[in-house]
Design a protein around this ligand. Structure first.
Ligand code: URA
Length: 231
């Protein structure tokens, strides 16, 4: 890998700022100041920027129990971002794999592996996401609701009905819903289409991965087996 690219991957510097840092003599390879951005690095070379030893981070896979009041976005805004809760170097490189609304809690995956993320979000891959919802009103006709969710609902402003979804009625006001796609506010809009409203929403599982015992706000990296389970 070229030295300027290595610096851009391992620090907050862009490639052009990396070149300037080199010109200022801030970058050393195996102890020697190097000023040529095109310098080729071998895997055993040790690169320092000022006093910091730089190391490439590999692809990373994280699960987070998102609390309410946290946004799944990379831009800074009104609320703290999911990545702000992840105490890893360069956490801002992680992307949420499918978003939850700011008031929705539960399982969020984050990664810098775009292909892996695509396996989880693409409706073609049929990776189920399970939501637990509490409803404002008791479901009037639970058996009909199961059929309607399975057949698909044409949401306001959309051209295609939702894909078949599995509704489990746990009590008159509590349901588990498995979706294989992720449209904007999908769970809330599906219940709104039935004349009901979601008052509390949590994502409890994504494919083979359940929220398990992570407390709200906690995160951990996935094991290799968990990462592979999505491939
Ligand atoms: N559906 C919603 O309405 N909100 C979410 O956060 C996720 C799914």
């Amino acid at each position: 890998m070229r030295l300027d690219r290595f610096l851009a991957e391992t620090t907050d510097l862009t490639r052009s700022l990396a070149k300037k840092a080199m010109q200022r003599g801030e970058v050393r390879v195996n102890g020697e100041i190097v000023k040529q951005p095109a310098t080729h690095l071998d895997p055993t070379d040790r690169v320092h920027w000022n006093d910091e030893l730089l190391e490439l981070v590999g692809l990373r896979y994280v699960m987070l129990h998102k609390p309410a009041g946290v946004e799944c976005t990379s831009r800074r805004g009104l609320y703290p971002r999911a990545i702000d809760l992840i105490d890893l170097p360069k956490a801002e490189r992680l992307q949420p794999v499918g978003r939850l609304d700011v008031d929705t809690t539960g399982l969020v995956l984050l990664t810098d592996d775009g292909q892996w993320a695509h396996r989880i979000t693409s409706p073609r891959k049929r990776c189920g996401k399970v939501y637990r919802a509490r409803l404002a009103e008791p479901l009037a006709h639970p058996d009909d609701a199961v059929v309607i969710f399975h057949e698909g609902i044409l949401l306001e402003g959309e051209e295609k009905p939702t894909l078949p979804a599995e509704l489990d009625v746990l009590s008159p006001t509590e349901v588990a819903l498995t979706l294989y796609e992720g449209r904007y506010h999908q769970v809330k809009r599906m219940f709104a289409a039935l004349g009901n409203a979601v008052v509390d929403l949590q994502r409890v599982a994504i494919g083979p991965l359940a929220l398990d015992d992570l407390a709200e706000g906690e995160w951990r990296t996935l094991t290799d087996a968990e990462v592979e389970a999505f491939r």
